[in-house]
Design a protein around this ligand. Structure first.
Ligand SMILES: [Zn+2]
Length: 496
């Protein structure tokens, strides 16, 4: 009965049972009963049962029993692997491995064979990267060669990003996808991309080829609390931006978002859920069962549960519409320079962004940052867009780098003063924000006046959402209509 719930809805909730939680919380039927009960109370209709994490492989019999129990209770059940502490330790982060090492490569293959024998779908948590700079890695990088077992592949380019992307693409094919599908031809593998999208390729996440290779992709939407001393610094809009951007790359392959309770309050936890839903995710994976039972978990889950019906409703409306907005161009594998995550802060300024990885030739309004320099045809393409009269917003960092190559002194060009510090955009006063928004929203047929940290989302058919990330109520004016948005609240209207 539970299985039918969620199947045909626009959104569903799932959770992860980590390998250690399988051992510590789910080794008895009583523990499994408690987990099933928790899932039911949390509107969770799917669980991912993890086989491996941080050097620990859960016992096959326990995994099978957990799988069968959840299955017969009506849940969808998939597997998961977290590639931390797989083998030879990286010279960087101690959870990460050296994948130039052939023994480590082989062990990775064994983990996926083991998991594919148990499950028809396997999620891979976002540690499938490497930051190793050991002598073996360095030698391989300089020789521009990848060795996976006895196979050799060329790796053009001698930067760490070049080497790691090529290494992880071939490693994923030869030690994850191929062995898993040999053991279980029906298995589908999901690569989860982290929320730190600005450095993907530097650590070996090659989003274009890996999205093509894997069956599905997933997106980290764990922004946590901006002001949290340990976990903070990421504005809420980041989750929306990265999910929409990867959705543009993955299309139908893009499965859902994933967030956790670390460094969150009730409000910032619920905001992660809202952002994931607004970004069009089909599923929210609540990481993870064990963490949600302690510290900030129980309070935050309680807050989420009270919002679940509304979130499902909003997801339903979002699923029927396309977003409308100011094209935000970020090519794949692009470099941020001194503007890391600038779009996340631009979104906090109340500009409804439409993230894209291809040049937005047809945009009605567009925003460009240093990232766009990855596009070798940028000067001519941008010049054409400007000549067409399309209102464009260009960061000061990009403007300096385009000096003399693109005519920027046109009336439809505005320069955004990032000054090498994207978070400073959160301090921009309303007068300046209103002035920046006015020309960019005009071609979309909208006007919006609001203070900072109030996001606007626009949809086809005239639907809109205004979300207030301030700790106080704010008065905004949308299309001439004044309205009040409660502190950390949202309001929306769907016209169809
Ligand atoms: Zn290494």
């Amino acid at each position: 009965m539970v299985r039918q719930m969620g199947k045909h809805e626009a959104h569903r909730f799932s959770t992860l049972l980590t390998a250690q939680q399988v051992r510590d919380l789910l080794a008895t039927d009583e523990g499994i009963d408690q987990a099933i009960d928790w899932c039911r109370r949390s509107a969770v209709t799917k669980v991912y049962v993890e086989t491996f994490r941080s050097g620990y492989l859960a016992p096959r019999e326990t995994l099978l029993h957990v799988k069968e129990r959840f299955d017969s209770a009506g849940f969808d059940v998939s597997g998961c692997v977290t590639t931390t502490v797989v083998g030879k330790q990286s010279t960087g982060w101690d959870l990460i491995s050296c994948y130039t090492d052939s023994t480590t490569q082989d062990h990775l293959g064994e983990i996926f064979e083991f998991t594919a024998d148990l499950f028809d779908e396997i999620m891979i948590d976002d540690f499938l990267f490497t930051d190793c700079q050991c002598a073996d890695c360095d030698r391989a990088r300089q020789s521009e060669t990848i060795n996976i077992g006895d196979k050799t592949y060329p790796a053009p380019g001698d930067t760490w990003a070049d080497y790691r992307c090529e290494l992880m693409v071939h490693l994923s094919r030869d030690r994850i996808l191929t062995p898993a599908k040999r053991v279980n031809p029906n298995v589908r593998l999901i690569i989860k991309f982290p929320e730190w999208y600005g450095r993907f390729h530097e650590q070996g996440y090659e989003i274009l080829r890996q999205t093509a290779d894997f069956d599905r992709i997933w997106v980290g939407t764990e922004t946590r609390d901006y002001d949290d001393p340990g976990w903070g610094g990421r504005p809420q809009y980041q989750a929306y931006f990265v999910m929409r951007w990867l959705d543009g790359i993955g299309g139908e392959k893009c499965g859902g978002g994933w967030y956790d309770p670390y460094g969150t309050t009730k409000m910032s936890y619920v905001e992660q859920a809202r952002q994931t839903v607004l970004a069009g995710a089909k599923e929210s994976l609540l990481f993870c069962y064990g963490s949600l039972l302690k510290d900030t978990g129980p309070d935050n889950v309680e807050a989420l549960r009270s919002c679940t019906p509304e979130l499902m409703q909003v997801a339903e409306e979002v699923s029927r519409r396309q977003i409308v907005g100011v094209a935000a161009y970020m090519p794949a594998n692009s470099l941020a320079g001194d503007e890391p995550h600038v779009f996340d802060f631009v979104g906090m300024m109340g500009l409804p962004l439409a993230p894209c990885h291809k040049f937005p030739h047809d945009a009605r309004a567009a925003c460009f940052s240093v990232h766009a320099l990855k596009d070798s045809k940028l000067p001519q393409r941008l010049s054409t867009l400007i000549a067409q009269g399309v209102p464009v917003l260009i960061t000061d960092g990009l403007a300096v780098r385009l000096d003399g190559r693109v005519q920027l002194d046109a009336p439809n060009v505005s320069i955004l003063p990032v000054r090498g510090e994207p978070k400073s955009l959160l301090d921009m006063p309303q007068g300046a924000l209103d002035a920046i928004r006015l020309p960019l929203l005009a071609p979309l047929g909208r006007t919006f006046e609001a203070t900072n940290r109030v996001a606007l989302y626009l949809f086809t058919d005239g639907g809109w959402v205004v979300e207030n990330f301030n700790d106080r109520d704010v008065a905004v004016v949308l299309d001439g209509a004044e309205m009040t948005v409660a502190a950390r609240g949202w309001i929306y209207e769907w016209n169809g």
